[in-house]
Design a protein. Structure first.
Length: 160
């Protein structure tokens, strides 16, 4: 039995289809606009030098969000692992999370994050959303970073 279904940007038709497919005809629905006043967006030019980008992100975390937990979205599984390695080598409690991991390893990262043993999770976009929803049940998520180039402001807002 399905007890919860979440979507960020589905049309009313898609919402209707989800309710039908998951057999949730008596469910409560909550709809909000896409204005999220609790989120702050900052757009910066992206330097093509990945090492500079990672260093800039590290500096931001250390100076402005030293005690926050969060997700850094990456485009590829390899980029998740490399970014987590860089953050870990720089003294942060970081790990990666992507679909190429075993279910056991993903659960271990989720548990470590929920328990505060991991501060930053570097995740591919789809897997990151799963973590974000799981973690929001247990507490706030204050840091959201992107190592990837957002294709448009609309997509960047949707990913926030």
């Amino acid at each position: 039995m399905t007890i919860l279904a979440l979507t960020a940007t589905a049309s009313l038709k898609v919402v209707s289809d989800v309710i039908k497919v998951l057999q949730m005809s008596q469910c409560m629905q909550f709809h909000t606009g896409f204005d999220r006043p609790n989120l702050f967006f900052e757009v910066r030019p992206k330097n093509p030098n990945n090492a500079f980008l990672l260093q800039e992100m590290l500096q931001y975390i250390q100076q402005k969000q030293p005690h926050s937990t969060g997700i850094v979205y990456c485009m590829t599984k390899r980029q998740c692992e490399e970014t987590a390695d860089f953050l870990r080598d720089s003294g942060l409690k970081a790990d990666y999370y992507h679909a190429g991991m075993s279910a056991t390893d993903r659960k271990a990262v989720q548990f470590a994050w929920q328990e505060g043993l991991v501060q930053i999770v570097c995740a591919t976009i789809g897997e990151g959303f799963i973590l974000l929803y799981l973690f929001s049940i247990f507490g706030g998520n204050k840091l959201l970073g992107h190592v990837i180039m957002i294709c448009s402001l609309w997509n960047g807002h949707r990913q926030g």
